[in-house]
Each structure stands twice: as C-alpha cells, then as structure tokens.
Design a protein around this ligand. Structure first.
Ligand code: NAP
Length: 351
C-alpha cells in the first residue's frame, strides 16, 4: 500500500514516520518541503521505497535522485545512522546540508544531515525524539527564540543573544552554543593580527553581534557604525566598543572593515553598503557569502585592499559544528572544495 500525503506541519511528518514503522509492505511519502526529512527517514523506519525526481518532479517536495543518493545517501540510512539537520524558514537554499554531508562521506561517518523547514519551533522540539535528531544548526528566524527550549547554554552564546548550534544529549536535554563567532575568528586568523587592531563593524544585527563578541574576545578595538544609532550604541556598550558616525568614515582609518549588513547580498549583488572612499583600511571582510565576491569586496580589491569573503565564515562556523558533533577533525579540504564549488556554480548559473 502506498500513502502519499502532504505534510503541512512537522506533526504530519511524524504521523507518516509512525505509519512507515507499522509495516514493511507500506510506502509512506510525506509530500512538500516540510515533509522532506521524513521522506528520507521513512526508509529508515521501514517504508518499502522512496520516490526521487529524475527529470521533472512528479510531486511537491520530491528530491532529485542525485541528491537522494549522493547528498543524503538515503539507500544507506539505517537505525544506526546518526541524524543531524538545520532548522530555519526559509531553508531551501541552505548550503549546510552540502557542508555537513560532504564531511560525513569524506570521513566515513554513518550520519545524515537534513534540512528541516520549521515554522513553529515547539512543533520541531516535540518531534525531536521521533526523528532521532542528535544535533541541529539553527538559522533565521529561530536563533533567538531557541533559548527558551535549551536546558543549558554556552555563556558566550547567551551574551551574544543567539544560538546557531544545538546538541541533543543522550538524556534528551538540549545544549546550545554559537559557532558564528568562531567562524569570524577563524576567517580572520592568519590574515591579520586582531589583538590591538582597530576594526570598523558596519551593521548591528545578529551577525554583527557574533562578530563584535569574537573580535572583542580576540582583543580588537571595536568601532561600530549602523544606520540606527541606538542599535550601534547597544552593541558598543555590550562589547566595550565605540560608536562611529557614518559621516566620519571618509576620514577615519582602520586596520579592518567588516560589513555585517545584508546590503549587496543576492539578488541585490550590484550594490555595496559603503563607498570606496569609506574603505581606508588594510583588510575588508564581507559577511555575505552569496555572492562570494561581493561588490564591496570588488571595490576594496580595486583599491589594493586585501579581502575576506563571508564564505570563509560560513565554512568555519559549519566546520566547528561538524567537529563539535563528530568529536574529531573535519575533512576540511573536501568540505571547502565542494561548498566553494557549489557557490561558484550557483553564480555561474545565475549570471
Ligand atoms: P540582521 O540581524 O537582520 O541585521 C542586519 C543589520 O544590517 C542591521 O543592523 C540592519 O539595520 C542593517 N541593515 C539592513 N539593511 C541596511 C541598509 N540598507 N543600510 C544600512 N544598514 C542596513 O541580519 P544578520 O543575521 O545580522 O545578517 C547580516 C548579513 O550577514 C546577511 O547578509 C547574512 O547573510 C550574513 N551572515 C553571514 C554568515 C556567514 O556564515 N557568512 C552568518 C550569519 C549572517 P536595522 O537594524 O536598522 O534594520
């Protein structure tokens, strides 16, 4: 018997998983983007087969055969396979499944990492035991709301005010941490001396907070500029930095300038958040990673300034998560090659 039903909530996905568990002579297919993880995990629960897209999709949420086999390795998933994932809304364009799954294949780990479209956080938290999730990445819009569900939290994540990594402990309790700040630190490590350096942070949102704490911890002198003075002041106070007015940037000199606003991100890649004359520094980092080489980085390079792409931060935060969950060094070279390759292919396809 085949049952294909649209999963409108995580709860619907769980019901399909339970159905798959009941009989080996049943094919359970949760449809739609919300149903994607259960579509793959229903095989583990005993569903006799799964459908995959070869040419055009024949049902909503169908995964391409190439991804089913190479990315999620659906045919290899057993009860022993450890399940990880990323939660967010939207989640379709996340590169985290590619990053983590590439690492599992290269390191020979029996684990799978799935994208969970989560509209209501409490629905997902309730379903954790049914999915058997051992850890998950958290992305927009759940990074702050996640705190409510944690049993314990890394003190730095608490100070940053955002959680991007949750580990499910053996007893089911949830431990939250933040690897975005490690992402910033590692992206800049070896490219500049952070201790004592003057850094301008443009923007004062979530990513800026992670960057500010990372830079302050590494001993940098922070200068924060944001379109809302009140946001810049709050962040400056939290990290012992200073607020800078936009009008003074043309004359100010910094060791590094970091963009933590979404200005210049795909599909608005033709614009930059700062003017070339406002880049008086030795290094510019853009936290944006779509595209890899933003307009801001192009402007900086044209002035002979060294550049660091947000792709470096994305890789470093994901690798830190991977290592936290696998308790070993990540196969960094393979992960870098595949993730940067995918970003470049995306750009080529787009333009
Ligand atoms: P966010 O919390 O929404 O904060 C965005 C910040 O940018 C706010 O300070 C906002 O000011 C400011 N801003 C937005 N539009 C602006 C404009 N037109 N001019 C001037 N300032 C503007 O977003 P976020 O999570 O921090 O993300 C910021 C960027 O970092 C995104 O592009 C994201 O993709 C990137 N990011 C990258 C990584 C990575 O791994 N590389 C990780 C996290 C985030 P208001 O408060 O006034 O709106």
């Amino acid at each position: 018997m085949k049952v294909a039903a649209m999963a409108r909530t995580i709860g619907d996905s769980v019901r399909m998983l339970r159905m798959a568990r009941k009989s080996e002579r049943l094919v359970a297919i949760p449809m739609g983007e919300i149903g994607l993880p259960a579509r793959i995990l229903s095989l583990r629960e005993g569903s006799a087969l799964a459908y995959a897209q070869v040419a055009a999709a024949t049902a909503p949420g169908q995964v391409h055969l190439r991804d089913m086999k190479n990315l999620y390795r659906a045919h290899r998933i057993t009860q022993k396979t450890r399940v990880y994932g990323v939660i967010g809304n939207p989640i379709g364009h996340s590169l985290s499944p590619l990053l983590h799954n590439t690492g599992y294949v290269a390191a020979g780990k029996d684990a799978v990492y799935l994208p969970f479209l989560v509209e209501r956080l409490d629905d997902f938290i309730k379903a954790l035991p049914e999915f058997g999730v051992a850890g998950f990445s958290v992305t927009l819009p759940h990074k702050e709301a996640m705190f409510r569900y944690l049993d314990e939290c890394e003190p730095l994540a608490e100070r940053i005010g955002a959680v991007n990594t949750v580990t499910v402990r053996r007893n089911g309790s949830l431990y939250g941490s933040n690897t975005d700040y490690l992402g910033i630190q590692r992206a800049l490590e070896g490219k500049m001396k952070l201790r004592g350096s003057r850094v301008l942070l443009f923007g004062a949102g979530g990513a800026a907070r992670a960057a500010a704490f990372a830079l302050a911890k590494a001993g940098a002198e922070l200068h924060i500029c944001a379109r809302r003075d009140s946001a810049a002041r709050t962040l400056a106070r939290a990290v012992g930095g200073e607020v800078v007015k936009r009008a003074t940037l043309r004359k100010a000199r910094f060791d590094a300038v970091l963009n933590a606003t979404p200005v210049g991100m795909h599909p608005h890649a033709g614009i930059a958040p700062l003017l070339a004359e406002e880049l008086n520094c030795s290094l510019v980092m853009d936290l944006i990673y779509r595209p890899i080489q933003t307009k801001l980085l192009q402007k900086a390079a044209a002035r002979g300034i060294r550049t660091v792409s947000g792709a470096e931060m994305f890789l470093a935060q994901g690798i830190a998560q991977w290592e936290q969950w696998m308790s070993c060094r990540a196969p960094e070279k393979s992960i870098r090659r595949v993730v940067l390759g995918a970003l470049r292919a995306e750009e080529k396809h787009r333009w």
